[in-house]
Design a protein around this ligand. Structure first.
Ligand SMILES: [Zn+2]
Length: 447
């Protein structure tokens, strides 16, 4: 009943009060996802052309880069014409940040996203409000493919609960509206997992959402302690590789299929599995994707006008597909993503910390970080491998020392190893956090 009221009363009311369009967008997107592939492609092409014209007219970076490359938006008649346009790298975004912002937009009115992206490289992205709402609708549409329905309770297994940044207002909004319960994966132990299990047994979330390795760890702990009554409608695994062995444990414990999702802060949702769980549908209502001969994913975001990302090399390797999906949606498929991989690390007190959240936190907070990898050599020794910018120096080193102390305690020492690059594995995978010692503690928890 509460779920029903929340979906049909609270969400529309809040959307109306905040002047938001995402529910209207959602209704449209639910219809158009079944359009034939050629209709969707034609819509994408028209949207890409419009974004190119907008970028040429109002974004200094593109006008300069395209002039230098001898290309112009009017050259694009087919998707293949886009290949003459230069690729945008993470280094370009870091170097030319404000020159990528459209002169037609005021950054003060944009949503600012800071992220270490999908490869541990910290970036600042500006997104306009209409784009945020459209992207939110695209995300809800794919969330509902998992079996969850908007308005149902959500349980998040996640470092850094977002609502805490907004004080009492955030807590109230979360309590009445977003209805999310959190398990903070930056500080896990048996008691906290047991408490989370009690809460979700009682609250019966429609959706459990989190990083693959955290969902897996929680599933193992529940299995070990005999908790078998948590039955969500959907489970979404996001932001990192979901292995088949993790998927099968999570599905057995929760009695529910896992929906694998792929996205990044820079462009939001990129692709998601549907009910078929066979490949991921590209979010072709926001993005156009290309895959290079060596598997690199190149993304053109045609929704965010404030800071258009055109031919952006997101850093992940994917396996493309030209299959049609049995679900009947015309949205194109990719077979799988070779994305991020991270271990849990363990503190001297025996608490576990999600490596993906840890690295994201550290790389965003340490000034002068171009890329970071954390290696736990022993329970009391960390190695911070860092690709430094010109402005990395004493302030960055002090911040690392402070973060290590606050997160792990006084007994843990660290060294900072400056490196030229943090190479991808041959498969295209990025390993952000490697622990040589957490395995044993994970096994005690049942993993
Ligand atoms: Zn499908």
């Amino acid at each position: 009943m509460l779920d029903f009221l929340n979906r049909h009363l609270m969400h529309p009311f809040m959307a109306w009060r905040e002047g938001k369009q995402h529910l209207r967008h959602l209704r449209a997107l639910e219809r158009t996802q079944f359009d034939p592939p050629e209709v969707i492609r034609a819509r994408q092409l028209a949207a890409v052309k419009e974004q190119l014209r907008h970028a040429w007219d109002t974004v200094p970076y593109y006008r300069a880069a395209w002039t230098k490359a001898g290309v112009h938006p009017s050259d694009v008649r087919e998707f293949t014409d886009l290949q003459a346009f230069p690729v945008l790298t993470k280094a370009d975004i870091r170097r030319h940040n404000r020159a990528l912002v459209s002169s037609a937009h005021d950054v003060a009115k944009c949503r600012v996203k800071t992220t270490s992206g999908s490869t541990g490289v910290p970036l600042t992205i500006y997104c306009d409000e209409p784009a945020m709402q459209w992207k939110a609708a695209c995300t809800v549409r794919s969330d509902e493919w998992s079996g969850y329905r908007l308005g149902q309770r959500v349980a998040k297994v996640w470092g850094n609960p977002e609502y805490r940044h907004f004080g009492l207002k955030g807590r109230l909004r979360n309590y009445f509206f977003d209805r999310a319960v959190y398990l903070d994966t930056l500080n896990l132990n048996d008691d906290r997992i047991a408490e989370f299990a009690r809460v979700i047994s009682r609250h019966r979330p429609g959706l459990i959402f989190g990083h693959a390795h955290s969902l897996y760890l929680v599933a193992c702990a529940l299995k070990k302690t005999g908790v078998t009554d948590v039955r969500p409608n959907g489970i979404i695994s996001t932001a990192m590789i979901l292995h088949d062995w993790q998927r099968s444990v999570i599905e057995t414990v929760f009695g529910c299929k896992v929906t694998n999702r792929y996205g990044c802060e820079e462009v939001s949702l990129i692709a998601s599995e549907c009910e078929e769980h066979n490949g991921l549908h590209v979010n072709a209502d926001s993005l156009y994707t290309e895959v290079t001969a060596d598997g690199k994913l190149i993304i053109t975001d045609f929704i965010n006008r404030a800071m258009p990302l055109i031919r952006y090399e997101v850093g992940d390797v994917v396996v493309p597909s030209d299959r049609a999906c049995k679900c009947g949606r015309g949205l194109p498929l990719i077979e799988r993503v070779e994305g991020r991989e991270a271990d849990y690390v363990v503190t001297p007190a025996g608490n576990l910390i999600s490596g993906i959240s840890l690295t994201e936190n550290f790389s965003n907070l340490v000034p002068g970080t171009a890329q970071m990898q954390i290696v736990q050599e022993s329970v009391t020794q960390l190695r911070i491998r860092l690709v430094a910018d010109d402005d990395f120096g004493d302030a960055g080193r002090r911040k690392i020392a402070e973060l290590v102390r606050d997160t792990f305690g006084e007994s843990v020492s660290h060294d900072v190893e400056l490196v030229d690059a943090i190479p991808q594995e041959p498969s295209g995978k990025y390993r952000f956090c490697i622990s040589k010692v957490a395995r044993e503690r994970m096994q005690e928890m049942g993993a």
